[in-house]
Design a protein around this ligand. Structure first.
Ligand code: DC
Length: 196
């Protein structure tokens, strides 16, 4: 069975947790596409070359989840050459046998417009910054500024900007616990699988 769940949205909205839960519930494979951009961002040198030469080992680094790696990812993600180099791998993953969940910024709009389910997971910048701050600590105001800067760059870039696909189901997790958000996502996928 070919079945793609595209989960897009801004940083720290809950995409990762929801994606892992959906993949686990339905036995689908999961790809966190942000990791590809993070790996390119931290690799240094020419970003386009880093994207073309990316290997599974690059995704194994333990510094990919830091704020700095997120910023570097967002910076290299504006480059069309970087995005182009990562398209084919993501498309193959999306349409591989057995079902796939991909989370990112442009999965429903660019990578897999034919996805059977498209979710746009979001929350207010303040809520997202607070969640991120609980994980990374430090100065919460700085984390909020970082979240807003990343939103502006991801939504404002010319190539594959972050925006909901027209047929995406919106899940605003601002006032939701994680269990509620996961249940909402699973309900959408279950309904589509049941053909309703
Ligand atoms: O989801 P994340 O925070 O790991 O993503 C890090 C950055 O990578 C994000 O700010 C923009 C970029 N990105 C992208 O442009 N397209 C994707 N599909 C995923 C991530």
């Amino acid at each position: 069975m070919i079945f793609t769940v595209a989960i897009d949205g801004p940083a720290a909205a809950g995409k990762g947790t929801i994606s892992r839960a959906v993949a686990g519930r339905f036995g689908f494979r999961h790809l966190d596409t942000g990791l590809l951009y993070r790996a390119v961002g931290v690799k240094g040198g020419d970003p386009a070359r880093a994207a073309r030469d990316l290997t599974p080992k690059d995704l194994d680094r333990d510094d990919l989840r830091t704020l700095e790696a997120g910023r570097a990812a967002s910076q290299v993600a504006v480059l069309p050459e970087v995005r182009a180099a990562l398209v084919a791998f993501q498309r193959r993953f999306a349409r591989s046998e057995g079902g796939a969940v991909l989370d990112g910024r442009d999965i429903g709009t660019v990578i897999c417009p034919e996805a059977e389910v498209k979710l746009y997971v979001t929350a207010s910048p303040e809520v997202r910054a607070h969640r991120r701050w609980l994980e990374v600590g430090g100065d919460e105001a700085r984390v909020l500024a970082e979240v807003k800067e990343r939103d502006a760059r991801d939504m404002g870039r010319a190539d594959a900007p972050l925006r909901p696909a027209e047929d995406a189901v919106l899940i605003d997790t601002s006032a939701m616990g994680i269990d509620e958000a996961v249940a909402a996502a699973i309900a959408v996928v279950a309904a589509r699988l049941a053909g309703t």
